[in-house]
Design a protein around this ligand. Structure first.
Ligand code: FAQ
Length: 322
């Protein structure tokens, strides 16, 4: 049935009244497409996001930190899987989404295209990257699409543990020897600006925001969230005794918020276009992992087919009730 203007208007009223949309409900095609785009990009970000930290599992400085990092990276895999499942309820298969990631067609967060050069980067990622992720994702727990919003509730709880594990590493280093403090400062210097870029382009250059907000997918704009993140993170840096690498950062008494310097949008768009420091390495690692996992998928499919055949032959030989 072709949608009518009336159906679109009723849908808008429905989501404006804070009702949840479920997979079998009627929805505008644009709403479906927007969700598949955002949720699959989010899923890819979680999966690609495992790579920079996985790089340090074998080099964690203690058994305790290794266990925690391992658990965190596994959590990110779980987030990717909930999100692929949520996107699949909209009628796009996981195979299609993964093929789009591997071909370079689908985006994933710019932040995961930067290298992890020292153990302090594990602290900076947890503190800043997971911190930025939570800032953006708490609002998504109230997204109008039911499966996405429910997945986000669990993801946010886990991200909050990740943020604390990162801050704990930073605290340990910042209160340690001069060399450790220098490592922590260097990690903050390298991760600060890319973390601010995670929130996406500024509001006057964010083509998807207005419609996503009207559909109650996004609740706050990219700039609003970025500002909240800066205001929350500056006192945390102060507590660590580290300086944020921004000469223009200062408290604005009149506005009750921090002013901060301009973001290098040329860098952001170059990274999103595939030209960041690690883009090709990340996609290559994902393609390789997918190819090496082919036998697992084949074995699981063969097992499922065998089980189904057993069940149907058992049903065929079962004596019929008189
Ligand atoms: N990187 O019109 P807008 C994590 C694209 S998860 C790359 O403002 P929108 C957990 C955007 O897609 C991090 N591309 O778009 C973790 C659009 O392109 P398109 C991921 C970006 O969708 C932690 C174009 O620019 N989080 O970190 C980026 O309204 C540690 C125009 O932008 C999510 O995905 C970017 N940073 O707002 C894992 C949260 N920003 O698609 C491991 C869900 C924008 O039209 C370790 N997503 N673009 O071709 C969202 O909330 C939104 O999609 C935004 C972007 C806010 C990311």
């Amino acid at each position: 049935m072709a949608p009518t203007i009336d159906m679109e208007a009723r849908f808008l009223d429905y989501v404006t009244a804070e009702n949840k949309v479920e997979p079998k409900d009627w929805m505008p095609e644009g709403y479906r497409k927007t969700l598949v785009r955002q949720i699959s990009q989010h899923a890819h970000s979680e999966i690609v996001g495992m790579l920079p930290e996985a790089n340090w599992i074998t080099r964690a400085p203690s058994l305790r930190s290794k266990l925690i990092l391992l658990a965190k990276v596994q959590d990110e895999a779980g987030h990717g899987l909930y999100l692929y499942s949520a996107a699949e309820t909209l009628g796009t298969s996981r195979d299609e989404m993964i093929a789009d990631l591997h071909s370079g067609k689908a985006k994933y967060s710019s932040i995961f295209n930067y290298p992890t050069l020292s153990w302090a980067d594990m602290g900076a990622i947890g503190w800043l990257v997971d911190g930025a992720a939570i800032q953006n994702q708490v609002m998504l727990c109230r997204a109008s699409y039911g499966p996405y919003s429910r997945a986000m509730v669990r993801i946010c709880k886990e991200e909050s543990f990740h943020q604390r594990q990162g801050y704990e590493i930073m605290l340990h280093l910042a209160k340690g020897t001069q060399e450790q403090k220098d490592m922590a400062q260097d990690a903050l210097n390298r991760w600060w600006w890319p973390s601010l870029m995670m929130f996406g382009p500024s509001d006057d250059n964010s083509p998807n925001s207005a419609q996503s907000m009207a559909w109650r997918i996004k609740r706050k704009s990219n700039d609003e969230l970025r500002q909240e993140f800066v205001d929350k993170t500056v006192p945390q840096a102060k507590f660590l005794g580290l300086s944020i690498p921004d000469a223009d950062l200062r408290w604005n008494e009149a506005l009750g918020q921090h002013d901060f310097g301009s973001i290098d949008w040329n860098e952001f768009f170059a990274v999103v276009a595939g030209n960041g420091p690690c883009n090709s390495e990340r996609i290559e690692a994902r393609r390789k992992a997918h190819a090496e996992g082919a036998w697992v998928r084949e074995a699981a499919s063969a097992y499922a087919a065998k089980q189904a055949a057993r069940r149907s032959s058992a049903a065929a030989t079962k004596p019929q009730a008189a």
